[in-house]
Write a protein that binds this ligand. Structure first.
Ligand code: FES
Length: 251
């Protein structure tokens, strides 16, 4: 039996549970994610769905559980349904993106203050952090930025997938995820130390150091190429910091 057939059988065997989608009751397999349950019920995603793997941020959603006053949030592609959940799919959440020419920035905090003056409207209520499906410390990175610490903000916001839920709950009406993206861009371009070995390698490529080796590979027939690949020297999984290949002509 193929893995697809096994998956289909497993899905059929799964217990059906009631959920409410846009207020209408449906019976869906209990093993499905919110995204799949909505599709199982007959809806078709045209927007609000991207990677289906929890990284693109397109599918942020809100839901309620029976007897629970809280509004819950999550990624529809990652959150599994529960009985009697009230589900919906929220659209792309609009938030104002600052206008700037990145090539004119120099990496000073004042530049972020100028592009996003609303940064200082944060009242530190922490609603943004509570709503983040990636557990990013949103309020903390905003606080770091207010103190001019772009690098800290870039690190704290590293797992942000730009779903926009933070902006949806912010009483100061900040576009947190856009601000954090600018911080990470500045961090990458101006604040992170350059990789010197990369510079050396690029220079080596430009001066043609690898041309002879590449020409040799290009001249090989398929079988020789495969054999060469299979027999290449590989770094052992347990190699220490001082490991180096025996053939070091291209280092
Ligand atoms: S579809 Fe990409 S995060 Fe859910």
């Amino acid at each position: 039996m193929s893995s697809t057939e096994v998956a289909v059988k497993t899905e059929i065997k799964a217990r059906l549970i009631p959920v409410y989608i846009m207020g209408k009751k449906y019976e869906v397999p209990e093993t499905l994610t919110i995204m799949k349950a909505i599709e199982y019920a007959g809806y078709k995603y045209i927007r609000g769905c991207g990677c289906r793997g929890g990284v693109c941020g397109a599918c942020s959603t809100v839901y309620r559980k029976p007897g629970d006053y809280k509004i819950h949030v999550g990624l529809a592609c990652q959150t599994v349904v529960e009985p009697d959940m009230y589900l919906t799919q929220i659209p792309f959440y609009p938030a104002l993106r600052g206008t700037y020419d990145f090539t004119e920035l120099t990496g000073k905090p004042e530049e972020i203050f100028e592009i996003y003056p609303e940064l200082f409207r944060c009242v530190a209520c922490n609603a943004c952090t509570k709503v983040c499906p990636m557990d990013v410390q949103v309020m903390d990175y905003i606080a770091a930025l207010k103190q001019g610490d772009i690098q800290k903000a870039a690190e704290l916001s590293f797992d942000c997938i730009q779903c926009g839920l933070c902006a949806s709950r912010c009483m100061g009406e900040l576009p947190q995820y856009h601000i954090a993206q600018l911080a990470r861009r500045i961090s990458g371009a101006y604040l992170t130390p350059r990789a010197e070995h990369l510079k050396t390698m690029v220079a080596n490529i430009e001066t043609g150091r690898f041309n002879e080796g590449l020409d040799k590979l290009k001249a090989m027939d398929e079988n020789t190429l495969k054999k060469t690949y299979q027999e290449r020297e590989m770094e052992p999984a347990t190699a220490g910091e001082d490991w180096a290949p025996k053939d070091n002509q291209y280092l």
